[in-house]
Every structure is written in structure tokens, then in C-alpha cells.
Design a protein around this ligand. Structure first.
Ligand SMILES: Nc1ncnc2c1ncn2[C@@H]1O[C@H](COP(=O)(O)OP(=O)(O)OP(=O)(O)O)[C@@H](O)[C@H]1O
Ligand SMILES: [Mg+2]
Length: 454
């Protein structure tokens, strides 16, 4: 998942008072050291973009007030910083925060040169592992991230329907990626170089539908001072995306149906029809079967729209993809953070799996973006995501779950057979020897029973 970049053996030693012995120790261990005496020197050394370890000698460079310059320095990318301090600097809360948020490690003096070189070597190694949350985007279909079975099936459906020209109906809860799916189908279809025109069906009042969708001729109505091409005609050769189709007012449904039946449009005020060549994709979060039953949606229109159907899985059914999407969002917006963020805390991950995500991917993106800005630590916590109520369930490994179940089964069998190991073993379908071994591996006490083996 993480891309490992070539490890360099280069150190930027930020100090106003370089120690010749320390320099010698670095060189002995084949490190190339660049001594920087000022923030400008550091910037110059960092500017060539190659990775390096960094050693900031706080006692010599921190003069008690120019915190901003120091911060700018250690926040530079591609350098794994280690702070070296003689401790008094740590009395300063701002210094402590700087070290906590930006440095990989620190060394308090006195310390051996070997320890300092080792620590810097480790920091340099860490930075060469890449940003901690680098997401492997091979899991993406274009802009769509996903790796779980449901998403792989979705990607396959997208590829299949893209080669066809029949209308596609995309169904899914709000924020699941219906619009992304529609755009992905268009982008993979032969129409990809022609326009993709999205129309929000719920937002057009019935009396404007005709002119919005199909346009009008000059003089068609008061104020129509020139001809205007409608949205459908504007998509000629491409795809029309009828978003929120379930919210299309009933009064508007007949004219849409007429268009779908004939593939022709009549501009308002015109007396001829124009043939347009568009592919129709529609989407909604509305339960269409229920809408038809309630008489809110015409069944004939629905059947025209839903020749091919794609169902977007809700986020809560995407398993590990929840983490993948969270990491992807962190990667994408991490520059909004005031400090380097190293990913999500285990509590945050547990909470993300517990939570129901009624707003699906959109909600996840919003929560992570807010957390990036609000986070005070090195990792995003459940609290930052405003999901602390969902941490309560401690994540259980499968091994731990098996162990607990095994122990419980043994305890119950022993209870039932009043401690007779032979009978308990028989019930559990294991040998006595295995039962002894399990009892001792679980640290359970047992009395050697006399009645057991006959
Ligand atoms: N698989 C995904 N990978 C990356 N980003 C995604 C994915 N799915 C959705 N998103 C993002 O989530 C947000 C919501 O997606 P989109 O607008 O396509 O959802 P929708 O189903 O149309 O929502 P609504 O019902 O509210 O209109 C967008 O910012 C989109 O980029
Ligand atoms: Mg949408």
C-alpha cells in the first residue's frame, strides 16, 4: 500500500554550532551531512526534493521567540526530523508542540553520538516509507474508490453498460456516488467526447420544464427575445443525466415520456420536431416501486428509464472500503491540516465501522475534512470525527474471538460433567491430552479427576 521511495543517506543538520564529533560519527556511518545555519539554508537543502533525515539542534537554533521560522522549517516535506535538545527548551509549550506534531523523534542530551545517528537514520527511513496514509489508487475506477466485492461488482456493471446505449437507471441512497457512476458510464462510452449534461429534475418547476429541457424559439412567449437551445439538445451526441428523477413533478412526467418514446424534441414555439441523439441515465434515492404504487410516478415512464439498472451499495455495506475512503480523503485534503497527520486512531477506525453512515460517502468525506482541520494530535480520533459515541465496541480480532469461544465451550463442558475431564473431552470431540493442553494454555485450573478414564 505504501510506496517506498529510494532511501538516501543524507542528513540536514540544522545548527548554529555543529559538533565536529557528531559530524565525524555521521560520516563514519556513510551519511552525507549538510550543515544548515539558518532557515534559509534548510530551505535550500530541502528544495532539491530528495529525501533526507533532519537533525534540529534546538539549543542552538531556538532563540526563544522565532517559533514561526522554526515551524516553517520542520514542516517542510521530505525530511524526517529529529529534535535534539538539552531539555530546557522543553519547558516551552510551543516547542513541545512543535516536536510532537512535526518531528519523528527527539533525543535529549547528553546522548551518545551513535544514538543520535541511529535516531536520525530511523527518521530518514520513516520518511522514505512515504506519507503514512498513501492510498493505493489501483482500487479506483476513475475517481471512484473501492475494493470491496460490492464495489468491484459495481465497476463491472459500469463497464458493461458503458458499451451499450440503452437507458440506465441508477438507484442508491443519498451520497453513495450515483452521479459519479453516471459520469463514469459516460466517460467509458463511445459518447465520451460529446457532452454529459446533468439535469436536476426535482429543481425544475413543471411550467419551466418544457423550455429548460427542450428550448424555445424566438417569440415563443413574452420575453423570449432569441432562440434558446434546451438542455437535451445541448447534449446531442452525448449523455443526458436525469438526476433526482424520483422528484420529477407528476405534471412533468408526460412530456419527458413523450420525448423518450420518440427521441425527438419540440422547441417551444416551433412547429417541427428535431431528432436528438442522446443516451439517458437517470438516478434517484427514491424508492420507485413505492412511488409508482402511491401514484406519484408513472409506471410507463419508469419502465422506459429503467432498462438497465445499477444499485449503489450503501457505505455501511462496504467493509474495509470505509477505511480506504477515509485514507483517500485524508490524502486528498491533508494540506488543510495545521500539522502532519499520520492517519486514524484505532478508536476512529472502530467507530467508522460501527457508525451507520446515513449520508454515505458524502458524509464520510465531510466528516474527515472537518476532522483534518479540527484535529489536535498526530492521528484523527473518533472525537475529531464526532463519532466518539461509536467507539464503545472494542475491535475484536478473530483469533481473540476464537480463543474466547474455545474457553467458554470448555468451561461449559466441564460444568456439565462436574469437572470430569474424560467426559468433557468426549463431548468436545477431543482427546484427553488435547483437553489438558488447552486447559493449561488458557491458564485454567483443574483437579485431576479419578473417575475420568476407565
Ligand atoms: N466510490 C467513491 N470514491 C470516491 N468518492 C466518492 C465515491 N462515491 C462517492 N464519492 C464522492 O461522494 C460525494 C457524493 O457522490 P455523488 O454526488 O455521486 O452521490 P449521489 O449518490 O449522487 O448523492 P445524492 O443522492 O445526494 O445526489 C461526491 O463528492 C463524490 O465525489
Ligand atoms: Mg446526486
Amino acid at each position: 500500500m505504501h510506496k517506498i521511495k529510494a532511501i538516501t543517506r543524507r542528513v540536514i543538520y540544522f545548527t548554529r554550532d555543529p559538533s565536529p564529533e557528531l559530524l565525524a560519527s555521521f560520516e563514519e556511518r556513510d551519511w552525507e551531512v549538510e550543515v544548515a545555519g539558518s532557515v534559509r539554508d534548510v530551505r535550500q537543502a530541502v528544495d532539491d526534493g530528495s529525501l533526507a533525515g533532519g537533525l534540529v539542534d534546538l539549543s542552538s537554533v531556538f532563540d526563544g521567540h522565532d517559533m514561526a521560522a522554526l515551524e516553517a522549517c520542520v514542516a517542510m516535506p521530505n525530511v524526517g526530523w529529529v529534535a535534539m535538545t538539552a531539555a530546557p527548551e522543553f519547558d516551552d509549550a510551543a516547542v513541545r508542540r512543535l516536536v510532537r506534531d512535526y518531528c519523528f523523534d527527539y533525543v535529549t542530551l547528553p546522548a551518545t553520538n551513535a544514538r543520535i545517528v541511529d535516531t536520525v537514520g530511523h527518521a530518514c527511513g520513516m520518511i522514505s516509507l512515504g506519507e503514512p496514509a498513501l492510498v493505493d489508487t489501483s482500487a479506483a475506477e476513475g475517481e471512484m474508490i473501492g475494493n470491496c466485492d460490492a464495489m468491484l461488482a459495481l465497476f463491472q456493471s459500469i463497464r458493461k453498460v458503458a458499451t451499450n446505449d440503452a437507458p440506465v437507471f441508477v438507484s442508491g441512497e443519498s451520497g453513495t456516488g450515483k452521479e459519479l457512476t453516471a459520469a463514469a458510464i459516460h466517460a467509458r462510452s463511445a459518447r465520451r467526447d460529446a457532452p454529459f449534461v446533468a439535469i436536476n429534475c426535482g429543481a425544475i418547476p413543471p411550467h419551466l420544464l418544457q423550455s429548460e429541457l427542450f428550448g424555445y424559439e424566438r417569440g415563443a412567449f413574452t420575453g423570449a427575445s432569441q432562440r434558446r437551445i434546451g438542455r437535451v439538445e445541448a447534449a446531442h451526441g452525448g449523455t443526458v443525466f436525469l438526476d433526482e428523477i424520483g422528484d420529477l413533478p407528476f405534471e412533468s412526467q408526460a412530456s419527458l415520456l413523450r420525448f423518450l418514446q420518440g427521441s425527438t424534441i419540440d422547441r417551444l414555439g416551433s412547429n417541427g420536431s428535431i431528432k436528438v441523439d442522446v443516451r439517458i441515465i437517470s438516478a434517484t434515492h427514491v424508492d420507485m416501486e413505492a412511488a409508482i404504487e402511491d401514484g406519484r410516478f408513472r409506471a410507463d415512464l419508469y419502465h422506459r428509464l429503467c432498462v438497465l439498472r445499477i444499485d449503489e451499495p450503501p457505505l455501511r455495506a462496504r467493509g474495509k472500503d470505509i477505511e480506504l475512503l477515509a485514507l483517500y480523503t485524508l490524502d486528498r485534503y491533508r494540506k488543510d491540516a495545521s500539522r502532519r497527520l499520520y492517519g486514524f486512531s484505532p478508536g476512529a477506525i472502530a467507530a467508522m465501522h460501527q457508525y451507520d453512515w446515513p449520508g454515505n460517502v458524502r458524509e464520510l468525506i465531510n466528516r474527515v475534512r472537518r476532522a483534518i482541520v479540527m484535529s489536535e494530535g498526530r492521528t484523527i480520533s473518533a472525537d475529531d470525527l464526532e463519532l466518539s459515541a461509536y467507539v464503545a465496541v472494542v475491535p475484536v480480532t478473530l483469533a481473540r474471538a476464537r480463543e474466547t469461544a474455545e474457553r467458554q465451550a470448555i468451561e461449559l463442558a466441564l460444568l456439565r460433567h462436574r469437572g470430569r475431564l474424560g467426559d468433557a473431552a468426549r463431548e468436545l470431540s477431543i482427546s484427553r491430552t488435547t483437553l489438558y493442553r488447552l486447559l493449561s494454555s488458557h491458564g485454567m485450573r483443574y483437579e485431576q479427576d479419578s473417575t475420568a478414564e476407565r
